[in-house]
Design a protein around this ligand. Structure first.
Ligand code: NAD
Length: 699
């Protein structure tokens, strides 16, 4: 349903937007609003108009599923409606609750006044979708609140609460009690006739002081440079606010409209919108009935309080769920709990959380060393060392001591979830919950379904991810699951590039410039090089015929260089600094390995680095899709966006592949395979799609 209902009270027409769930301003609602508004204007009895929203909110903005479709441009357009409201000869008051976001706030800005319920979110979050407000937001907001504050709201996109909005004069009155009653009362308090009209376009008072500070915009650009690296929309937003000062209102609107149209058609915005949609789609599990019951999680346990266990326990406490952590010895337990306390204290010191929040969370975390003290948790997450035998012992024990319906999850990053499950008599209740480090910060939760994992366990674990504030993605069992399997393909190529002629800082620069927060070598130093070294040594024993990998990383570890923790790894680090500095010793080591292996070193450009590292990762993604390890390409993108910092403005590896064109990716892979053989064989799915002129998005 998409309607606008009109009621009349004390000569005020109350127009209610009604388009569940968020009153998105699609074509049907825009048409209904125009009609209802014109009727109210034509009604001689009506002296004022209140505009409000049905359900949970005022309005969350444009209907983004219409973006880029003819419907979005079909009249009445949102800018036209807002102009009409602003020009009305009867006062119009927006009565806001829940959310007034994006086009919703722009609509409210076109009204002459705004009354809001305390706690309401008001914001212009368009930049997060690679666009700017396109219905006058960049021209009206700086006319309503101080230009500096308007810049923050438009460029950063973070909503503010109604209380703050009232301080800034974005909201004229806070509604205690019934919102519509308060808005009608507000109308009655307005002066008679034309004095009650306050078109935003005519307001100049906030613009005047800003005109004296033209340097403000340059300063703002400098200050946001790091945060906005590689992004177009935040810079375009600054330009629009600048135009608000320099141009007439109508010219400013036109400038905003042109900018909006350019951005909405850009690859960046398409990628950011893709990221928005696939994250939501990841919550849907193919073949899982919608009404699959999810087990309530009101208590939890974590086994092992090391790097990951501690962070996972914090996730539960942050969500208000009591959690018991179990360690083998009191000494390890105290160490783990100490680190948790230190992490919370650091957040308090930075002003991110109040002391009471820390105290509350710490009170929810209980440490034990005995399984008998584990209680009756709804879910247990195991995060002990990465050793199969040890994990199986833990699961056998958990199977004995926990209630029969407790979900048993493992945080393993490489081991076979099915084998772990075989240690229990309830394999249907065993699942992988692969958190990323630092577990209390990183948003990804890769949920790994085993062969026997039940629908209920899957539904419960996906719901749990949401409760913990994580983005849950369901994957299947394979070596490294989705994320680390693709990461392996990528870092392996990065290492081969060193043998052939590149240096770590060159590879890292290309990857950083592509948009990642850091390249593979800086990341290796951050994570610690010893972990991978131990895994490689163990695997060499288990599977001696494993595919070749470059010996350089092992040689570096043999020197006792494990990354940042030893102030030396792929790079060297000055005392107390985390800044990687290229090290001539490593350069010599790399050159030596090239000679040993018979490589004639050559210059390797940025494009080749991207192709070798990113295309091979995409190729692995195609294999993962064909094997059914990931449900859909968008799930792979979500894993990479939230687990590995893949640049969001490129949409994730599979979306990026489609923007480059699969033919291009396939041709490069084929050429690489001809030259190097090995893992570089193009995935059959990649070949098939490329030859059919299709993309992953067509699947
Ligand atoms: P860690 O060495 O920091 O911590 C492991 C903890 O488990 C130690 O405190 C140890 O005392 C405890 N422990 C060992 N055996 C135990 C037992 N039988 N009962 C109770 N406690 C026991 O290791 P970590 O980095 O936290 O890794 C834990 C798990 O998470 C591993 O499976 C690892 O593969 C996985 N993982 C690690 C990362 C990472 O970046 N560190 C990321 C994702 C997943």
């Amino acid at each position: 349903m998409s309607t606008v209902t009109t009621t009349k009270t004390s000569q005020t027409a109350v127009l209610t937007l009604d388009h569940a769930p968020v009153n998105g301003l699609g074509l049907a609602l825009r048409t209904a609003l125009t009609k209802a508004f014109c009727d109210a204007m034509a009604d001689a009895e009506v002296t004022a108009i209140v505009l409000t929203g049905a359900g949970r909110m005022f309005c969350a903005g444009a209907d983004i599923s219409e973006f880029g479709t003819p419907k979005s441009m079909q009249p009445p357009s949102l800018p036209e409606i807002i102009n009409m409201i602003e020009a009305a000869k009867k006062p119009v008051v927006a009565a806001i609750h829940g959310n007034a976001l994006g086009g919703g706030l722009e609509l409210a800005l076109g009204c002459h006044y705004r009354v809001a319920v305390p706690g309401t979110n008001l914001g212009l979050p368009e930049v997060s979708l690679g666009i700017i407000p396109g219905a006058g937001g960049t021209q009206r907001l700086p006319r309503v609140i101080a230009v500096e504050r308007a810049l923050d709201m438009i460029v950063v996109g973070k909503p503010i609460k109604a209380e703050k909005a009232a301080e800034l004069c974005l909201v004229d009155a806070l509604a205690e009690g019934d919102l519509v009653e308060a808005a009608v009362k507000f109308c009655q308090g307005l002066p008679e006739g034309a004095d009650a009209l306050r078109p935003t376009r005519a307001r100049e008072d906030n613009l005047e002081p800003a005109r004296d500070k033209p340097e403000m915009f340059e300063d703002y650009r400098k200050a946001m440079a790091r945060r906005a690296r590689g992004l177009d929309a935040p810079y375009a937003a600054v330009e629009c606010v600048e135009a608000c000062l320099a141009k007439t209102f109508d010219d400013g609107l036109q400038f905003e409209r042109d900018t909006f149209k350019r951005l909405v058609a850009s690859d960046q915005s398409r990628a950011l919108r893709h990221a928005f949609f696939v994250e939501r789609a990841a919550a849907k599990i193919d073949g899982l009935p919608k009404d699959t019951p999810a087990r309530k999680v009101e208590s939890a346990a974590v086994i092992g309080c090391g790097t990951m266990g501690g962070g996972i326990a914090m996730n539960f406490a942050n969500a208000g769920i009591p959690v018991t952590v179990l360690e083998t010895k009191d000494e390890f337990l105290q160490k783990g709990l100490g680190i948790i306390a230190k992490n919370y204290a650091a957040s308090v010191a930075k002003g991110r959380i109040p002391q009471e929040k820390m105290d509350g969370c710490m009170a929810l975390i209980q440490g034990v060393t005995d399984y008998a003290a584990l209680g009756e948790p709804d879910v247990v997450i195991e995060a002990i060392f990465e050793k199969m035998d040890a994990k199986k012992d833990v699961f056998a024990k958990l199977d004995e001591v926990t209630p029969p319906d407790t979900i048993l999850a493992t945080n393993t990053s490489t081991l076979d979830v099915d084998e772990i499950a075989s240690a229990t008599k309830r394999p249907e209740q065993v699942i992988g919950t692969h958190f990323f480090s630092p577990a209390n910060v990183m948003r990804l939760q890769e949920n790994v379904r085993g062969k026997q994992t039940s629908d209920k366990t899957i539904a419960s674990t996906m719901t749990l991810a949401k409760k913990l504030g994580k983005v849950g993605v369901l994957v299947g069992v394979c070596d490294g699951f989705v994320g680390n399997r693709m990461l392996h393909a990528y870092t392996r190529q990065a290492n081969f590039l060193l043998e052939e002629g590149a240096l770590p800082h060159e590879v890292d620069k290309a990857i950083f410039d592509f948009g990642f927060p850091m390249g593979p070598f800086a990341m290796g130093d951050l994570a610690g090089l010893d972990v991978g070294w131990l895994i490689r040594k163990a695997r060499a024993k288990e599977k001696p015929n494993n595919l070749r990998y470059s010996p350089i990383a092992d040689r570096i570890c043999e020197k006792g260089r494990f990354g940042q923790k030893t102030s030396a790894g792929w790079y060297r680090y000055e005392e107390g600094s985390r800044t990687p500095i290229p090290d001539p010793e490593i350069e010599q080591l790399i050159i030596g390995v090239s000679e040993e292996l018979g490589f004639e070193r050559r210059a390797i450009g940025e494009q080749e680095i991207i192709e070798r590292c990113i295309y091979t990762m995409i190729n692995e993604g195609a294999k993962i899709l064909a094997e059914g390890i990931a449900q859909r390409p968008g799930d792979i993108d979500t894993v990479w966006l939230y687990g590995y910092g893949f640049p969001r403005q490129r949409g994730g590896p599979m979306f990026y592949a489609d923007t480059v064109g699969l033919k291009q990716v396939y041709d490069v892979m084929r050429a690489l395979h001809d030259e190097h053989g090995d893992w570089l064989e193009p995935a059959p799915l990649l070949k098939e799609l490329a030859e059919a002129g299709k993309g992953f998005g067509d699947l």
